[in-house]
Design a protein around this ligand. Structure first.
Ligand code: PMP
Length: 433
């Protein structure tokens, strides 16, 4: 028979032959996606899917403002940041203005992994120390240093055993299923502080503490109140730096806060950001104080050929314009609140929903077999995602136990689509999967 040029399964087969990815695709039969528009993905048969997972394409797919900015700049000039052109200056200025005044110096790179790697290099070089403290069950990237502090076993089952000895970890501060719950959640910070003091006493005070400022990898959970305040204070007491990884949770997605660290009422020494800032175009940034950046200038090296290129800067500026003009943070807050309310109501009728985590349009629906033991409903989560796909909704599992529906759609999501997602989930939970 003739080969169908649009066959989705055949494409999966060919993908496996020459495309190096160690991450499984999520579905038995992934649709062959051809285009996107706002929070919709469209396959080769013109079937539409409500996209509930794309936090990278944060403004929405095929955003005209981004498309115009990139096309215009590609026609004019694209080169590296050694040259003196306006876009990189304007973009760095706009980016730093989004942060507390002290964080005024921007390094532009091409991804979240690069941003985390550079943040760690800055911390190691400027403190002259080899050790770093990270949080368990975290993901920070694939490059050498960002992989070293990635402790999640969902991506790499050997993550903890294969850590280099300069990486130290503290417990995942997971108030839902971690060691401490309810009134005890403050103890995560106490334990972390104790670890920092112990490392210092052993002559290995950490160069940095790195963590997501809002616990994204667990499905979008606020860290316990006061957690970062206490841990940052302890790491600084011993001369280390506080790194907030905002690659997933920052940039307006949380609705109430533009940055995750605002939720904790702290100011980090170094912030890493990527994903949403380029709306899918490769773009990442490290933002720190002039003082730290100056120290790094004397002790380390940084240059990125494509980081902050005219096209990347133009895209970055177009994303910021769209976020402002389309009031997407406010939309994340309002639609996110409605969505969380509806999901919470759904939990009253379906035992399987153990909790609804998160804020704005970074939500996590955690599925459990038993609300007391919180046994993860991992297999069920996969089956539910498959059924949801049949109903035209793209939703996928996250977390070390792969039992959380990671709910982080483009920020343009409207109420009707949020309702459709909840109704589809209700239908699947009611009729079987
Ligand atoms: N940090 C966090 C918190 C992330 O979630 C990710 C990506 N999932 C990264 C860093 C790495 O970003 P990238 O994939 O752009 O390299």
């Amino acid at each position: 028979a003739d080969r169908n040029p649009n066959d989705a399964d055949e494409l999966v087969h060919r993908r496996e032959q020459h495309f190096a990815s160690v991450q499984e695709h999520y579905y038995r039969h992934p649709p062959r996606i051809e285009r996107g528009w706002q929070h919709t993905m469209i396959d080769v048969d013109a079937r539409c899917y409500l996209d509930m997972v794309n936090n990278v394409t944060s403004l929405g797919h095929a955003h005209p403002g981004v498309e115009r900015a990139a096309a215009r700049q590609l026609r004019r000039l694209n080169t590296n940041s050694r040259f003196n052109y306006g876009a990189v200056v304007e973009y760095s200025t706009r980016l730093s203005e989004l942060l507390p005044a002290l964080l005024d110096t921007v390094f532009l790179v091409n991804s979240g992994s690069e941003a985390v790697d550079l943040a760690l290099r800055i911390a190691l070089a400027t403190t002259g120390r080899p050790d770093v403290l990270a949080v368990a069950e975290a993901y920070h990237g694939w490059t050498f240093a960002s992989d070293a502090v990635s402790t999640s076993i969902a991506d790499n089952p050997n993550a903890l055993e294969t850590r280099p000895d300069w990486v130290h970890t503290v417990d995942a501060p997971n108030a839902y299923r971690g060691r401490y719950r309810g009134p005890d959640v403050g103890r995560y910070a106490d334990d972390a502080v104790e670890t920092i003091h112990r490392l210092a006493a052993e002559g290995r005070p950490p160069a940095a503490f790195i963590a997501e400022a809002y616990y994204g990898n667990a499905g979008g959970m606020a860290l316990p109140d006061g957690y970062l305040d206490k841990v940052y204070a302890a790491v600084r007491e011993h001369g280390g730096l506080a790194i907030a990884d905002e690659v997933q949770v920052g940039y307006g997605r949380l609705g109430e806060w533009f940055w995750g660290f605002e939720q904790q009422g702290v100011v980090p020494d170094i912030v890493t950001v990527a994903k949403a800032i380029g709306n899918g175009h490769p773009l990442g940034a490290v933002i720190t104080s002039r003082e730290v950046a100056e120290r790094y200038r004397n002790q380390g090296y940084f240059f990125s050929s494509a980081g902050g290129s005219p096209v990347s800067s133009a895209v970055g500026l177009a994303v910021l314009d769209a976020l402002r003009d389309e009031k997407l943070q406010q939309n994340a807050r309002d639609v996110g609140r409605h969505l969380k309310e509806r999901l919470t109501q759904l939990a009253e009728r379906h035992e399987l929903i153990g909790a609804v985590h998160g804020s704005g349009l970074y939500l996590g629906v955690e599925l459990v077999r038993d609300r007391e033991t919180r046994e993860p409903a991992t297999r069920e989560t996969t089956a539910i995602c498959e059924r949801m796909l049949e109903l035209g909704v793209i939703i996928q599992p996250t977390g070390d136990r792969q039992c959380v529906l990671k709910t982080k759609p483009p920020l343009c999501l409207d109420r009707e689509s949020a309702d459709y997602f909840v109704d589809a989930l209700d239908h699947v939970l009611s009729t079987g999967y």
